[in-house]
Design a protein around this ligand. Sequence first.
Ligand code: NOJ
Length: 567
Amino acid sequence: MINDLWYKNAVLYCLHVGSFMDTTGDGTGDFRGLMRRLDYLQGLGVTAIWLMPFQPSPMRDDGYDVSDYYNVDPRYGTLGDFVDFTHACDQRGMRVLIDLVVNHTSDQHPWFQSARSSPDSPFRDWYVWSKKKPRDAASGVVFPGVQKSTWNYDEKARLYYFHRFYEFQPDLNTSNPEVQAEILKIMGFWMQLGVSGFRMDAVPFVIAKKGAGITKPVEQYDMLRTFAEFISWRHGSAIVLAEANVLPDTDMDYFGAEGERLQMMFNFQVNQHLFYALATADTQPLIQSLASTRARPATAQWGQFLRNHDELDLGRLKPAQREACFAAFAPDKDMQLYKRGIRRRLAPMLHGDRRRLEMAYSLMLSLPGTPVIRYGDEIAMGDDLSLPERNSCRTPMQWSRDANAGFTTNPHPKNPVITGGTYGYEHVNVADQRRDPDSFMNWMERMIRTRKETPEIGWGDFTVLPSRRDDVLILRYTWQENSVLIIHNFSADPVELRFRSSAKPTAGKKAGKSQSTKQVDTYLTNLLSNDHSQCDANGRHRILLEPYGYRWFRVGGQDDLLHRAAT
Ligand code: NOJ
């Protein structure tokens, strides 16, 4: 096994340049501003930044409607600024992933403008056309309630064009070899400018066969292999992190049996059941989703997350489970979106309850995979439900108590800063939390450090230890002769937990090791406090967990708490 797969023990941080830090005073964040905040991100423990789309765009879908793949939108800076940025990240040992949005372009993209203007356009076949409106045009919309159809009539072309998302995002005909070659060119371009890979948007739709006659989804998985081969040829350690909200029985098709297709995918299955568990304290469906997404090639990795820039999509839950989540986290219709999701940030969903926030992040940081943090979550930022659709959770980063949170000197930022109330920048900002040793931000920094010092989670195998209580989850990870035990109490009540750490530890097995198996098994070293655990004569541990309590233990006794590398 190759031990230098950087993404196995990474901490990803996702942000939009336009919402992070403005240096020009125009009310929109820019690359120069982001660069000024790199030391902050490094201090937090972030090892890789995922940048949401920053290419030129009419911005009708927060940049997911690209009109030029080879440039930086002038609002955010120049290509020169971008290279300065990737270089500055490199100097700090941080990697950069960027969004790759190639399922569709903006309807303003010159390719589409040319394609619609003439049947002889070299770009005509780059999009997906139909003479008649297909009968199933109303099905398969991604934004129900907002989007009415997946086919729209174009007056100029006198044809219908296919758009899986909004009507201003015509789908690229990704089966066309010329389009595929262009996608590789785009990847190559940005890799040359210093990125370590891509968060690939809408992957199931990118690889789907598209056209008026297609009624059932047909995936062209080999396209993923072509992408993987290309990027690893250009840049040995580059990866694709796929946005693919798919069912577990296709996971291996996406990763590839030998890991030859995708290095990483977001684990939407676990994400949705995790929120159900947070809502009801019933961990059984979460445990099942962990089991059903367990299989993956050795080189592949899950991206684990709580909230992101979209709605919290609960579409994979059973209706009653979804209703339970709505009741707990989004009781007002206005908090819900697309008939399946929630458009709130995490902190308001958890009523700003510090115990619940800590528990949720401790859990996310310790789920099998690599954690992906959303900007602002480290200070428990809130949302602005007066903004349309998903913009509610895309407000600017709150840096300080200065006007407009120190994000911009412009009195009218492009996206309004959350002002006043519990989550206003006057109460929730980086500057205040930095000075307060007990702040959520300092807690997060410490947890990120602990996560990075616990490579068993990202690299190892996990088992769910049996617990008689459905409201408690006990995960055990083992890697390179080290094991950790991670416990979470999902309930609002204190829990007295008795359990046996029954999994066979690997430490002490090798010839020449003096540690006895018994010693390793019987003692649990607390990684966060001095509250260690010695088992009783029957080999059982007794742990008292507070409401929403959590524990990170390394199996065995060690003074320095750190993972003992075997190699
Ligand atoms: C998924 C992105 O996360 C979302 O924000 C966007 O609207 C769609 N893909 C279309 O690009």
